[in-house]
Write a protein that binds this ligand. Structure first.
Ligand code: ES4
Ligand code: ZN
Length: 326
């Protein structure tokens, strides 16, 4: 479906974007060639045709397998520059970008390659494209809390390049509480905190509650299921916490974009935002997610402007740059 020029032109912040989830098949082939890797598919079209996810777990298997082409700092640089060019073309002015260091260090790729390559792209993009972006380091929740803690320690020399920490990957049996000590230490080190509470996962309401009340997160990623518990909606509003919603991702993972739930949260005064999550896999960048919201909710420009305003308001921008957008 075509994106309305109004949607494209709206100044936006993107707050829920996994940089590894922006690996388009064409770049995957280019990086495979650079690194001497043979892929199981012959063409980009074949790769796209193989994408058929019906759960978080089925998506994550493909997502992690694809990362084998990411090795040198240059690969991470090219990955991030490609995303930032696309973001600039959709008038994304500011992005907070997730990365998954453990998905790379566990394959023998040095932490320095990952953060060094990404950081250099962010610096160049700000100068060349006028897009400001920052990094959020995510821990893989299906790894141990000890592994997360040692990754946190490994990140400390790069603290000036990392705005906050998040929690992603397979949520089943991996509640926020498992990482209480890691997140407490991260806060002490000056990091801001967010966590995925993915759509329709087991114990999702308890996970949202733990993230807010026990961990004290500064934002919740997804978290749309809060709508089903009035006390969670009240708590989100009391704390002024934003939700980073991802309609097209939701559709792949659960069979519904949850647009009506997102609209209901918006009407209720919760600071919801729209984002793309893993656009190369789910087939839509942030503008396509706004368009999908508009098409399915029937809401007009006023709602889209509110969503875009929310994206700057619940961003971790500070000072004059923040004031500029509000
Ligand atoms: C993710 Cl959709 C989603 N959920 C959890 N972890 C993730 N990592 C990348 N995309
Ligand atoms: Zn995500």
């Amino acid at each position: 479906a075509a994106v309305d020029p109004f949607v494209l032109g709206l100044p936006k912040a993107e707050l829920h974007l996994h940089i590894e989830g922006t690996l388009e098949p064409e770049l995957k082939f280019a990086l495979a060639q650079r690194n001497g890797i043979t892929l199981e598919h012959a063409t980009a079209e074949e790769v796209r045709a193989s994408y058929a996810f019906d759960s978080l777990a089925s998506f994550l298997t493909v997502y992690y397998d694809s990362m084998k082409v990411l090795q040198g700092a240059e690969d991470f640089y090219d990955l991030a520059m490609a995303y930032l060019r696309k973001a600039a073309s959709q008038n994304v002015r500011y992005a907070e970008i997730f990365f998954d260091p453990q998905a790379h260090t566990s394959r023998g790729v040095p932490f320095a390659n990952v953060v060094g390559g990404l950081r250099r792209a962010l610096v160049d993009a700000r100068r060349e494209l006028g897009v400001h972006a920052e990094l959020i380091m995510c821990f893989l929740r299906d790894f141990t809390a000890e592994h997360a803690m040692s990754t946190l320690m490994e990140s400390l020399p790069y603290k000036d390049w990392i705005l906050g920490v998040g929690l992603d990957s397979d949520e089943r049996g991996n509640p926020p509480a498992k990482f209480a000590a890691v997140f407490a230490r991260a806060r002490q080190e000056g990091y801001l905190l967010t966590m995925h509470c993915d759509i329709d996962q087991d114990n999702t309401h308890e996970h949202i509650r733990q993230a807010m009340e026990d961990i004290g997160v500064d934002r919740v990623d997804h978290g749309t299921n809060a709508l089903e518990r009035p006390e969670l909606v009240a708590s989100l509003k009391d704390r002024g916490l934003g939700l980073t919603c991802c309609p097209i991702s939701n559709d792949w993972v659960t069979g519904s974009t949850k647009v009506s739930d997102i609209a209901a949260l918006l009407d209720d005064g919760v600071k919801v935002t729209l984002n793309s999550d893993d656009p190369a896999y789910f087939g839509g960048y942030v503008a396509e997610n706004y368009q999908r919201f508009a098409d399915e909710s029937g809401r007009g420009r006023e709602a889209l402007v509110q969503l875009a305003r929310n994206s700057f308001e619940v961003s971790w921008l500070t000072g004059r740059e923040r004031e500029h957008y509000l």
